[in-house]
Design a protein around this ligand. Structure first.
Ligand SMILES: *[C@@H]1O[C@H](CO)[C@@H](O)[C@H](O)[C@H]1NC(C)=O
Ligand SMILES: *[C@@H]1O[C@H](CO)[C@@H](O)[C@H](O)[C@H]1NC(C)=O
Ligand SMILES: *[C@@H]1O[C@H](CO)[C@@H](O)[C@H](O)[C@H]1NC(C)=O
Ligand SMILES: *[C@@H]1O[C@H](CO)[C@@H](O)[C@H](O)[C@H]1NC(C)=O
Ligand SMILES: *[C@@H]1O[C@H](CO)[C@@H](O)[C@H](O)[C@H]1NC(C)=O
Ligand SMILES: *[C@@H]1O[C@H](CO)[C@@H](O)[C@H](O)[C@H]1NC(C)=O
Ligand SMILES: *[C@@H]1O[C@H](CO)[C@@H](O)[C@H](O)[C@H]1NC(C)=O
Ligand SMILES: *[C@@H]1O[C@H](CO)[C@@H](O)[C@H](O)[C@H]1NC(C)=O
Ligand SMILES: *[C@@H]1O[C@H](CO)[C@@H](O)[C@H](O)[C@H]1NC(C)=O
Length: 475
């Protein structure tokens, strides 16, 4: 999110989005029926507007599947991308066929519409924005393999380098299938601007955009189910501005040292269920950003990676509200963190009503951590405001920690302490030797309801004096 963009738009055959780096603005306006977004860095490259259902002259020059009764008619609700011309040989650019299949299915009146990416084929498609609203819900069934062009060199110059497949303004969609989505991230991870990838292990300056593999933006009633997805150049999934999201039985893999390859990132997204999934990668397993509430995460296995994270929140003095988050019945192994809440100094808002329960840790560096001093540069100055962290439950968290860090760390803001942290049935042992490190607390109020291992004596009782002040923003 370091670089700002403005969206410029070009419509040719169907529509093409051009993303050019420049200053960000935070508004949008309507013009000639098309919505143009000028993005704040948080809502990065916004997708193009919905294509008007059109019979524009361009269409007449290419074979239109809807003209062909063999391919599609109103009673036929299966849209096989091959019938729209996709080749699936792993080389040919099949983008236009996918767009055509999408637009046809999207406009179809059939009650159930399935866009099929058949098994046994490998489709290369460029960065594309699949736009709604559609006439009713649809299914994108990926039984084959989907891949982007291989690395930044082969990425079309005028395509966004910040996202690959985008689903925009869709209500009611299922992305499912037995296939594979292969982000081909390796060449992106090795760019000289990535950490330690420059000459002699340096990090070269300059823009370092890499695409999120799958982004759902301003959409609702979404299901992602059964897929395997690997090696995204950046986040594997990003949901922003979405409502009612169900992720079920997915399998995400990327190497432990692949930078920024978060498994599932959500922000400004509510009513989220992430169940029965396995994620191993080079960054957060699941990351929960500002504006999320009602999130239930159950039976997921994370690691290697960076664990499950709420945050980072409050960057650039921003206000963040996160509430009603549950993470339960899960395993976190060989990870830099277990369950983490991280905020920058200077923010506002709150994180409240979070429950981490029944979690098994295996060789995790910071199994339980609240870090309100999150800072990437080491020279962040202390500020007097912070995102308020309150009503956090840690229950039945057991297993082993990597002895390089204490098993529990509650580092809270001096001016806005954490309150009502409750611990019960915590049992964290060193993964090797018998050096038991003491938990660390700073400005942290709460209590242990049962004896914990190691024992926590550093939590402060009751409520801080300052908490009645005006500093607290309850969202
Ligand atoms: C689309 O077709 C309809 C009916 O044939 C016609 O009235 C309309 O002008 C066409 N639109 C375009 C953009 O060609
Ligand atoms: C529509 O497609 C179905 C299945 O392919 C076919 O059986 C049917 O005859 C088609 N209907 C028309 C009107 O072409
Ligand atoms: C963008 O790419 C399309 C082909 O995908 C090409 O026709 C067009 O000229 C390109 N535009 C620019 C500004 O490079
Ligand atoms: C890399 O390190 C070598 C040996 O220390 C040195 O000769 C070379 O100039 C360095 N290259 C750069 C680009 O810093
Ligand atoms: C989601 O789907 C349900 C049932 O189909 C519908 O009632 C609801 O309005 C949809 N949600 C949104 C945000 O459109
Ligand atoms: C938990 O998730 C795993 C992996 O997806 C699955 O095999 C297992 O059946 C799930 N367990 C339960 C109780 O649903
Ligand atoms: C918290 O979120 C869950 C879904 O994860 C929802 O069922 C529940 O109603 C929410 N609780 C409150 C108090 O909003
Ligand atoms: C910021 O506050 C923390 C906690 O009180 C303290 O340890 C640290 O030294 C302070 N840093 C600066 C730069 O003042
Ligand atoms: C502490 O947090 C728990 C869990 O969110 C909540 O149920 C309880 O009411 C809170 N206690 C106080 C005193 O606010």
């Amino acid at each position: 999110m370091r670089h700002c963009h403005i969206l410029t738009l070009a419509l040719s055959l169907y529509f093409l989005a051009l993303f050019l780096p420049t200053q960000a603005r935070h508004h949008y306006h309507k013009k000639h029926k098309h919505t143009y977004y000028h993005n704040a860095p948080e809502i990065s490259p916004s997708p193009a507007p919905a294509p008007a259902p059109s019979n524009a002259s361009d269409e007449a020059t290419s074979p239109s599947p809807s003209d062909n009764e063999n391919y599609h008619n109103a009673s036929n609700s299966l849209f096989d991308v091959r019938t729209f011309g996709a080749i699936g040989d792993g080389i040919t650019d099949d983008t236009e066929s996918f767009k055509m299949a999408w637009d046809t299915a999207c406009q179809s009146e059939s009650p159930v519409k399935v866009i099929l990416v058949p098994q046994g084929f490998s489709f290369v498609i460029q960065s594309t924005i699949f736009t709604g609203p559609c006439k009713g819900g649809l299914v994108l069934k990926v039984d084959g393999t989907l891949m982007p062009p291989d690395g930044p060199e082969s990425w079309p110059k005028n395509n966004s380098k910040r996202q690959w497949l985008v689903f925009f303004r869709i209500n009611g969609m299922s992305l499912e299938g037995s296939g594979l989505i292969d982000g081909r991230g390796a060449k992106w991870w090795d760019l000289p601007c990535k950490p330690h990838k420059g000459p002699n292990g340096t990090t070269s300056p300059g823009p370092c955009d890499s695409p999120v593999a799958i982004r759902f933006f301003m959409s609702s009633n979404l299901t992602v189910q059964g897929l395997r997805i690997k090696n995204s150049p950046q986040f594997h999934f990003r949901f922003d501005g979405c409502e009612s999201v169900h992720v079920e039985s997915i399998y995400i893999t990327a190497p432990a040292l692949s930078p920024n390859t978060d498994g599932i990132h959500i922000e400004n997204t509510n009513d989220v269920r992430i169940y029965n999934s396995v994620i191993s990668n080079g960054d957060d397993c699941v990351s929960i950003g500002a504006g999320c509430h009602d999130v239930d995460i159950k039976n997921i296995t994370c690691g290697p990676g960076h664990g499950i994270s709420i945050g980072s929140l409050g960057n650039h003095n921003s206000r963040a509200c996160v509430s009603n988050i549950t993470v339960r019945d899960s395993v976190i192994k060989v990870s830099d963190n277990g369950v983490r809440i991280k905020t920058w100094q200077g923010g506002a808002g709150s994180v409240s009503g979070v429950t981490f329960s029944n979690i098994h840790m295996e060789s995790v560096r910071n199994p339980i951590i609240v870090d309100q001093f999150y800072c990437l540069s080491k020279d962040c100055s202390n500020k007097t405001s912070a995102v308020f962290v309150t009503d956090i439950v840690y229950a039945n968290i057991k297993g082993t920690y990597d002895i390089r860090h204490p098993p529990m760390r509650f580092a809270c803001s001096d001016s806005v302490p954490c309150t009502n942290l409750t611990l019960s049935d915590i049992e964290l042992l060193p993964d090797q030797g018998d050096i038991v490190l003491d938990p660390f607390c700073w400005s942290a109020y709460g209590n242990s309801e049962t004896l914990t291992i190691p024992p926590v004596f550093c939590l402060l009782e009751g409520l801080p004096q300052s908490i009645s002040g005006n500093d607290i923003d309850h969202c």
